[in-house]
Design a protein around this ligand. Sequence first.
Ligand code: BG6
Ligand code: MG
Length: 224
Amino acid sequence: MNIHTDKIGCLFDLDGVLVDTAVYHYKAWKALANRLGFDFTEAQNEHLKGVNRMRSLEMILDWGGVSKTEAEMLELAASKNAEYVEMISKMTADEVLPGTLQLLEQLKAAGIKIALGSASKNSGMILERTNLAHYFDAIIDGNHVNASKPDPEVFLKGAEALGLEPAHCIVFEDAQAGVQAAINGGMKVIGVGKQNNLKGANMVIKDLSEISVSQIIDLVNDKA
Ligand code: BG6
Ligand code: MG
């Protein structure tokens, strides 16, 4: 028998899944690395996706062979964030990625619960600027968790906030770390982006316009 739709949850990553902020993170980190006298590639940047701010900084400093004190690291993270916030404070609803609004509307109409599961501490501003906030039954972001993806904390807290079993939840992710977090949490996962950056996902789509509510229901029920 099929799981009733009100027992199914969709947990959405934010940056790179619902909105095109991944490019702003990249720009701000790259500018910081350049100020420190080095650069990193787009391929390296893939490894930063889904990873929280301080862990991202550690990885970048490591790539540049630069070592900083704890206090200096906090300052560097704050300066990257200031530049990033400057960019996202100008965002508009036009930056919502293709298929997002349609899918969120269809999930609501089907009675499927919706949560945010993001590493970002800036999700509040982004959801407000892009008019997405009202779709969410629960919002779990970097302000609510300690562990960075691939730890499943953010998604387990999302499922809990929705009052649902992890196995009845589907995660939407654009980052390998996030795919792994979903798997670690015992959830199904739909990768958004390119297959080779999303290993282990149950299904990979280019963007949210490529998935329907009936496919989501089938996936939760192991019929996909
Ligand atoms: C994730 C991004 O969603 O949020 C990462 O993929 C980012 O690139 C992380 O580092 C933390 O974001 P913020 O906004 O708290 O610095
Ligand atoms: Mg992401």
